[in-house]
Design a binder for this molecule. Structure first.
Ligand code: NDP
Length: 492
């Protein structure tokens, strides 16, 4: 847009730059993918909502328990049949094909994901979709090198993996779970979240186009009851779940005593710790990225900012100035920084917890960026004067809401950071490398970033402690979760 001078002053506001919705090729109706075919499921249809507008986007046929059973049996046949007879190099070729298929349909997937999830197109285009492809590329490379992982000369797959994924990174979570499972030689039955099933079903099309043998990957659709039925299915050898701690605990109970391998990647309340010697502008960028990326709907979000007292005032001032520049709005607009919240239910949860912060006496600041009239939007919100006992400092809000707490000494920062039932992510901002290392050694979190936040790589293990779950995803450790590492060959 050319700057307007009508009123005498120059208006440098961005003009809307929406990506075309047509690129997403949204169909009226989607079907689950079982045994190499898209089939009508026996369950009730579900309507998936476009959170950017609060309106229906498409209809999805869901599975019933009989379909689920068919999917698990198909995965077993595929495992015992063609898939386990392939060499690692041949398996790797299929993974490379899937990676290329994602890359070829990347623009469509970016738009579709933005429409179904509500996240900004610049995130789906520059992060979710390329990182999903990267996970298949990375794991393709391991498929014929499993003997070099350090788990014995010829580690064996487990068999059939049941996987349940959430709505915050729908395509990426599917890639993150399917990639290592297939590279290790397993077959898969995966259930996407009911609010975001579309990208996993397009991934199923890519998998079908890659000519994977029928049954190697099955995508079953439905709500939480289908997730529960899947993880409890006796035909599985391994369960992998990403989602809430409450459901993770239920799954742990279901699997207790079955001998099946389980990995749980659950919630978090990441502590982002800024020392007085930190480079403030970089820290501000890291804090903004840590809490407003994907509207804070990120398990490893830096939702607790711990700032050293001497710089607290200056840091908060600069943080507010920077946050005020974020554009909240149409997820398909390429200028949008903060998109929609995924569902009305999640919007309600964020609103309730934000109100709890106000009621408990923390000072609230909200961005003045106007919100769209329709859809599920929340203004970027910063609470100062938060204390350890407040709900906003303890519970996972899973929204664009930051709680700021101050500290004086490194020990105090550590005590406050570790005072959480979770233990997924943490970050340290300091110019002093030795301090960063000393903090990292004592922070109880699975992922610790030094002078940065939200850096992900398929080669890097990701996972948590305590109520954030157990097991690792990514890198050799992530592959171990899909291999029989108790095998005698490994022990030798
Ligand atoms: P859930 O844990 O309910 O959803 C995650 C996945 O599990 C979805 O596919 C869901 O299906 C499925 N599911 C639901 N119930 C069961 C069950 N009993 N057994 C097996 N699978 C099940 O998360 P919510 O969507 O309810 O979100 C609630 C809170 O959880 C959020 O506010 C956030 O704090 C946290 N969360 C954390 C995530 C993370 O990455 N760690 C991701 C998502 C949420 P369906 O969607 O169809 O119900």
């Amino acid at each position: 847009m050319s700057p307007s001078t009508e009123s005498g002053s120059i208006d440098w506001e961005y003009a809307p730059a929406p990506e075309s919705e047509a690129i997403g090729r949204v169909k009226d109706r989607y079907l689950p993918f079982i045994d190499g075919k898209f089939i009508e499921g026996g369950g009730d249809d579900l309507v998936t909502i476009n959170p950017g507008r609060g309106e229906p986007l498409s209809t999805v046929s869901t599975v019933d328990e009989a379909d689920l059973d068919t999917a698990v049996r198909a995965a077993r046949r595929a495992y015992e049949g063609p898939w386990s007879k392939l060499s690692g190099a041949e398996r790797g070729k299929y993974l490379f094909r899937i990676a290329r298929g994602i890359a070829e349909r990347s623009r469509e997937l970016a738009v579709l994901e933005s429409l179904d999830n509500g996240k900004p197109i610049k995130e789906t285009r520059d992060f979710d979709v390329p990182t999903a492809a990267q996970h298949f590329f990375y794991h393709a490379g391991w498929a014929d090198k499993l003997g070099h992982l350090g788990y014995g000369p010829d580690p064996r797959p487990l068999g059939v993996a049941g996987q349940v994924i959430p709505w915050n990174f729908p395509l990426l979570m599917a890639a993150w779970k399917i990639g290592p499972a297939l590279a290790a030689g397993n077959t898969v039955v995966i259930k996407p979240a009911e609010t975001t099933p579309l990208s996993a079903l397009v991934l199923a099309e890519i998998i079908a186009d890659a000519d994977l043998p029928p049954g190697v990957v099955n995508v079953v659709t439905g709500a939480g009851d289908i997730g529960a039925a899947l993880v409890g299915h006796p035909g599985l050898d391994k369960v992998a779940f990403t989602g809430s701690t409450a459901v993770g605990k239920q799954i742990q109970q279901t699997l207790a005593g079955t001998g099946r391998k389980l990995t749980l990647e659950l919630g978090g309340k990441g502590a982002n710790i800024v020392f007085a010697d930190a480079a403030i502008d970089q820290a501000v960028e890291g804090i903004v990225n840590g809490i407003f990326f994907n509207s804070g709907q990120v398990c490893c979000a830096g939702s607790r900012l711990l700032v050293q007292e001497p710089i607290a005032e200056e840091l908060i001032t600069r943080l507010i100035e920077r946050t005020e520049t974020l554009r909240v709005g149409d997820p398909l607009d390429k200028n949008t920084d903060v998109g929609a919240i995924n569902s009305r239910a999640q919007w309600n949860k964020i609103t309730e917890l934000t109100q709890a912060g106000i009621d408990e006496g923390a000072q609230v600041w909200r961005s003045s960026c106007p919100l769209p009239d329709k859809g599920f939007f929340v203004s970027p919100t910063i609470f100062t004067g938060a204390t350890q006992t407040m709900r906003i400092a303890r519970e996972e809000i899973f929204g664009p809401v930051l709680s700021v707490i101050t500290f004086r000494t490194p020990d105090e920062a550590l005590a406050k950071a570790n005072n959480s039932p979770y233990g997924l992510s943490a970050g340290v901002w300091t110019e002093k490398g030795s301090r960063a290392m000393a903090m990292a050694a004592r922070l109880q979190a699975g992922v610790i970033w030094d002078n940065t936040w939200n850096k992900f790589d398929p080669a890097s293990p990701f996972g948590g402690y305590q109520e954030s779950g157990f097991g690792r995803e990514g890198g050799p450790a992530g592959l171990a979760a899909y291999l029989d590492t108790d095998d005698e060959a490994v022990i030798k």
